[in-house]
Ligand binder design. Structure first.
Ligand SMILES: [Zn+2]
Length: 221
């Protein structure tokens, strides 16, 4: 049975891209002049990937965090136990494990999000500074976003944006996103020249990029 295309967006892009939305719907982005048949055969070729991605999303949506004792949370690529403890300030502490005030149990998502945002800013700003100094970039500032699938972006004014979810990823992966956005300060697009610039700083960047495409959807609460 052919896979249904829920939304087709045509634009000036040069290749077809498939996006499985969080609710499992399939969006196809295609160049203006690609025929319906070409699009359908592209989708058919990617049937396995679409199915796999849908399954992953489903299991993710079915198991949002509960903020209970023993639950595991990611930080810098490792996973740590959560313990609920007597009221404390701040209500979430990290010491080789997460300690959350019982009184904040119901606000678990908000408390964890705030914690990840703070860590993301500290860690990412520090990495940006290091790479910028070493390789002569001058970013304007670092901002932390709540984007779900966009790991980073580079604003025209030179501001680098990163999602707090990166605080869950291994440091090498964070470094890859940092270098990727820094490289956009010099090359705006994803041309060969851009990837060469990334590679000259991080020769094994492809491994980190692959890690993100394979594990990125786990970087969530
Ligand atoms: Zn990019």
């Amino acid at each position: 049975m052919p896979i249904q295309i829920d939304k087709l967006v045509r634009s000036k892009r040069r290749t077809i891209a498939l996006i499985v939305e969080r609710d499992g719907r399939l969006t196809v982005r295609a160049p203006m002049r690609t025929s319906q048949r070409e699009i359908e055969s592209f989708v058919a070729e990617k049937a396995d990937w679409i199915e796999r991605t849908r399954r992953k999303m489903k299991s993710n949506i079915l198991t949002p965090k509960q903020y209970v004792d023993g639950e595991r949370f990611l930080f810098l690529g490792s996973s740590f136990d959560l313990r609920l403890v007597r009221p404390q300030r701040p209500s979430l502490k990290f010491d080789n494990g997460f300690y959350l005030s019982r009184s904040a149990e119901k606000r678990g998502e908000a408390v964890f999000t705030r914690w990840y945002k703070k860590r993301a800013l500290e860690i990412i700003a520090e990495r940006v500074n290091q790479f910028a100094k070493r390789h002569g970039f001058s970013p304007k500032q670092v901002r932390i976003t709540s984007a779900r699938t966009r790991w980073g972006s580079c604003s025209p004014d030179g501001t680098l944006n990163f999602t707090w979810r990166l605080a869950m990823a291994p440091l090498e992966v964070i470094d890859y996103v940092v270098v990727h956005e820094l490289a956009h300060l010099r090359v705006k697009n994803h041309s060969k020249r851009f990837w060469r610039a990334v590679e000259s700083i991080l020769p094994d960047y492809k491994r980190q990029r692959k890690w993100l495409s394979e594990h990125g959807e786990k970087l969530t609460l």
